[in-house]
Design a protein around this ligand. Structure first.
Ligand SMILES: NC(=O)C1=CN([C@@H]2O[C@H](COP(=O)(O)OP(=O)(O)OC[C@H]3O[C@@H](n4cnc5c(N)ncnc54)[C@H](OP(=O)(O)O)[C@@H]3O)[C@@H](O)[C@H]2O)C=CC1
Ligand SMILES: O=C(CO)COP(=O)(O)O
Length: 349
């Protein structure tokens, strides 16, 4: 059954505004919720979101409101695009207004600090009368700055319920925004969250002029540790070869639009973490995700050497050059020892 009619998008940051544009281009009436009244006025009167996407004129199909009730009332689909730190708070505000019949999609890349829960787990807890199997996760390589310019983009929507995934696909797909479905909710959430850690590392590496070999090493060995933790948490290893895995890792580690990459390169220039986050003025999910992944690696007893070193750089003042020396100085390893035992790994003798 296709979704038609009104769609609510919570909140009006960079990615929420870009998704609202995709929906408007698909002929939907979009109500964009923001807690910021000046931003609501600007979107409604000037069709602009000058703080997050200053160059763009928004479709008149996008209206903004600071009333959650108005945003969500009669919406047959609700797309939550909050920073991970705000997900529980926003889900609590959504709860009294969400119809169990609405399609619920989230596009957030991170874990909840402290509980280490995935975003779909937070939503399920906060929205107990919503059928959690129907929740959809949107992820993949998709910088808002390019999507809003209608650059060709591919993403993935994951749900345990095939019909819900197909409804989300139908809601969002168009000639420049190609949407694939996937049943692996855990893999799509974990891949989208963990690639930000590696992007921070890639920004640091580029900022310190470590070269292209180092960056390729970070992406490849980074993907290995993402897949190790993800599969331990219940994901399919195949997901990490897809859009929410290698796809998003490549774009975030190489794009000038990436806030995580930029944060890493500013750290390399000697700015403090606090300074970097203040200057950025937008969410840099990789910082909190490094802490969460470090804790998850301990919980699941998974080796994540890049994450561990970055954790010490970010939170314990470790010099990045010393961190690289520690990574390079570890004992010799087989490349694939974590995914193949000795009877299957292809040795002749
Ligand atoms: N930007 C991108 O290209 C992409 C981002 N994502 C993911 O989307 C999520 C959102 O990122 P993005 O849109 O870029 O972030 P931005 O920094 O661009 O915007 C964050 C928005 O969240 C709002 N906000 C923060 N806390 C609250 C709260 N407690 N209640 C209500 N509103 C709140 C901010 O409002 P205020 O201005 O009032 O503080 C702001 O509008 C992240 O998980 C990110 O990883 C995923 C794919 C692409
Ligand atoms: O997730 C993203 C692109 O797919 C956005 O990455 P940044 O948060 O690093 O900008």
């Amino acid at each position: 059954m296709p979704v038609s009619g009104k769609t609510a998008v919570l909140v009006a940051g960079s990615w929420g505004t870009a998704i609202a544009s995709v929906l408007a281009d698909n002929g939907r009436d979009v109500l964009l919720w923001s807690r910021n009244r000046d931003q609501v006025r600007e979107i409604n009167e000037e069709h602009r979101n000058s703080r997050f996407l200053p160059e763009v004129l928004l479709s008149p199909r996008i209206r903004a409101t600071d009333s959650m009730e108005e945003a969500v009332k009669d919406a047959d689909a609700v797309v939550v695009v909050a920073p991970s730190s705000a997900m529980r708070d926003i889900a609590g505000q959504l709860k009294p207004h969400l119809s169990p019949d609405s399609l619920l999609v989230h596009a957030t890349k991170g874990f909840e600090a402290g509980s280490l829960k995935r975003m779909s787990e937070v939503l399920s807890e906060e929205l107990p009368s919503y059928d959690s199997n129907r929740l959809v996760v949107l992820s993949g390589p998709s910088h808002a700055e390019e999507v809003i310019r209608q650059c060709p983009t591919t993403v993935v929507v994951a749900s345990l319920d095939k019909e819900a995934a197909e409804q989300a696909q139908d809601l969002l797909i168009n000639s420049y925004f190609r949407v694939y479905t996937n049943p692996d909710v855990i893999g799509v959430e974990v891949g989208g969250a963990l690639k930000n850690i590696i992007a921070l590392g890639a920004g640091l590496s580029d900022g310190l002029d470590f070269g292209d070999n180092a960056k390729a090493a970070l992406l490849t060995r980074g993907l290995a540790e993402i897949a190790r933790l993800g599969t331990a948490m219940g994901a399919s290893p195949l997901t990490f070869a897809g859009l929410a895995g290698i796809g998003d890792l490549v774009v975030t580690c190489t794009s000038r639009h990436s806030r995580n990459w930029r944060a890493g390169s500013m750290l390399a220039q000697g700015h403090s973490l606090e300074e970097v986050l203040t200057r950025m003025g937008m969410v840099v999910e990789g910082v909190k995700t490094t802490q969460a992944a470090y804790q998850l690696s301990r919980r699941y007893e998974i080796s994540m050497p890049i994450t561990e070193q970055l954790y010490h750089v970010l939170f314990n003042g470790k010099n990045p050059k010393t961190a690289v020396e520690h990574l390079m100085g570890r004992g010799p390893r087989h490349e694939t020892e974590e995914i193949a035992d000795d009877s299957q790994n292809g040795w002749l003798r």
